[in-house]
Design a binder for this molecule. Structure first.
Ligand code: NDP
Ligand code: HEM
Length: 481
């Protein structure tokens, strides 16, 4: 009768009707035996998985990393060898809003990349800022709670945000970034990405280096003003990326690294593992190593983006963690979130599955469909896979000390305000400064922000720079000088 395929149930059985439930006579009640109707309703009720507890709203695409320079003296990682081309997936996101929130609001942006390397997945789960608000994972959930909704009225609350920030002076650098127009990027294509943390690289001789990653947008930085951001439709960034890729306008980023010799870390002027600090370019100039280009949209957003699971703990031989406390906390947190949000076998889903063979002794669990085969234990005398410690020998280095709960040991120039001050004094243009003051004043003028809090806000910015604090005081009507 028709060339179109027949509708089926999810079990592949031809469906009896696309429109009518089974009833007792045309006007009668429905029957429990209408399995097709019941499957449809029951499946619909299970369409959502929990949204990410942070970075819920986002979008993504596939791309390729091409390495153009020889950095084999720093890392043996196969994806970073000259000439290597590695397929990858990115998910860009905002942080604090829920799944349906507006793309353009003031927030850092997630910049999470999964590289499908021949040695398994390497995930670089960064942001569009090279720094973060805090330096100890102990504070992460508290920080996020201050960005989300209050317990009583279920509203976001700027008083709560300034309360946390002004009581956490280490936040000043990241809040400075956030309050410039980089806090409202015009699109995901027009922002940089940073690995943010310091990571370990080791070469074929197991010589070690510390590394920071910078993905510099080839489209140029483009931001919204606060007023422009407010005027955008909620899905502006998802739409922009999808449509650019669809019309063949493939966005790209120049990939750079800063390399610090392993021994420099001990007495570098800043603590090089402190996530609230950058490494000034004059000390460790960025080196270009390649280009990363987005070439393909996902075909099924839910399967490929919503269920994408990035984990900072996914390193490949040649790369390892640094002692950055925030990174150490994240190594645990993400796979734990995925097991809860998606399920034990999230790594078997096509988007998360490595393109290289998996020879793991883990087995079973909900929704297993990969058969690891026998033997199912190690050690065994059945010819099963065996680990190769040599691949990871470069990761080892000596650490000793007392068990404590304490702040980082201070380095010579460590101070919470010195780097945001450099941003204000040396980097921002006059227009950038005007916009930063305007954005702070707008944010701290929300009706819920109390008079006392406004004074603390002024004090916070005076610590960054007196002029900045004075201008914020004027804008907020705080007369204290
Ligand atoms: P440099 O003058 O060598 O570098 C400053 C960097 O700041 C630029 O290369 C650019 O890096 C970034 N930048 C430019 N305009 C803006 C802006 N409007 N808002 C935010 N960042 C901007 O100085 P230093 O390396 O000594 O760093 C000075 C300050 O610059 C730091 O304290 C930090 O606040 C900021 N910065 C430093 C970065 C680093 O890795 N050293 C990276 C980003 C900012 P990019 O193209 O990567 O954005
Ligand atoms: C998402 C925890 C710091 C970047 C998440 C998620 C959790 C989490 C639980 C949700 C994961 C999911 O459900 O898929 C933490 C903790 C941190 C921390 C405990 C500090 C201790 C950071 C930092 C960065 C970052 C410093 C960037 C440098 C991201 C990104 C995502 C994310 C990009 C979204 C990934 C995606 O697109 O799926 N974080 N985070 N986080 N985080 Fe963090």
């Amino acid at each position: 009768m028709t060339d179109r395929p027949t509708t089926t149930t999810d079990a592949g059985i031809p469906a009896p009707s696309d429109a009518h439930s089974q009833s007792v006579g045309p006007n009668g009640p429905l029957l429990l035996q209408d399995h097709y109707l019941i499957q449809k309703m029951a499946h619909f009720n299970r369409e959502r998985v929990p949204e990410r507890v942070v970075h819920a709203k986002g979008g993504g695409a596939y791309g390729v990393l091409e390495i153009t320079e020889d950095v084999s003296q720093f890392t043996r990682a196969k994806l970073f060898q000259k000439g290597a081309r590695t397929e990858s997936l990115v998910r860009f996101s905002s942080v604090a809003g829920e799944l349906g929130s507006a793309d353009a609001g003031r927030d850092p942006r997630g910049f999470a990349i999964k590289f499908y390397t021949e040695d398994g997945n390497y995930d670089l789960v960064g942001n569009n800022t090279p720094i973060f608000f805090i330096r100890d994972p102990q504070k992460f959930s508290d920080f996020i709670h201050s960005q989300k909704r209050r317990a009583d009225n279920n509203l976001r609350d700027h008083n709560m945000q300034w309360d946390f920030w002004t009581l956490s002076p280490e936040s000043a650098h990241q809040v400075s970034f956030l309050m410039t127009d980089r806090g409202t990027p015009a699109s995901w294509r027009h922002m940089n990405g940073y690995g943010s943390h310091t990571f370990l690289w080791y070469n074929a001789k197991n010589e070690k280096f510390w590394v920071k990653y910078h993905f510099k947008t080839d489209q140029g930085i483009k931001n919204f003003t606060a007023e422009e951001a407010d005027a955008q439709e909620p899905d502006v960034h998802i739409r922009d990326l999808y449509e650019a890729i669809k019309r063949g306008d493939h966005p790209s980023w120049t990939v750079q690294v800063q390399i610090m010799p392993f021994e420099d870390a001990a007495d570098y002027r800043f603590n090089p593992f402190d996530l609230t600090k950058v490494w000034p370019h004059a000390d460790y100039p960025p080196i270009t190593i390649g280009r990363w280009t987005l070439t393909r949209n996902p075909e099924n957003y839910f399967a490929e983006i919503e269920q994408a699971a990035f984990e900072p703990a996914n390193f490949v031989p040649g790369i390892g963690p640094s002692p950055d406390k925030m990174l150490q906390g994240r190594l645990f947190s993400y796979p734990d979130a995925h097991r809860y949000r998606i399920g034990t076998n999230y790594l078997q889903l096509p988007v998360n599955r490595p393109k290289s063979p998996v020879h793991s002794y883990n087995k079973d669990g909900a929704m297993t469909y990969v058969n690891p085969g026998d033997p199912v234990y190690a050690p065994n005398s059945m010819g099963g896979p065996v680990a190769d410690p040599d691949l990871w020998a470069g990761e080892s280095y000596e650490v000793a000390g007392e068990i404590v709960r304490s702040a980082y040991r201070l380095h010579r120039e460590d101070d919470d305000f010195v780097q945001p001050r450099a941003l204000w004094e040396k980097v921002l243009s006059d227009t950038d400064r005007d916009h930063m003051v305007h954005n702070i004043v707008l944010h701290a003028s929300a009706p819920e922000v109390t008079g006392d809090m406004k004074k603390r806000v002024v004090e916070y910015w005076r610590n960054v720079h007196k002029d900045l604090g004075d201008r914020v005081a004027k804008g907020l009507g705080v007369n204290d000088s």
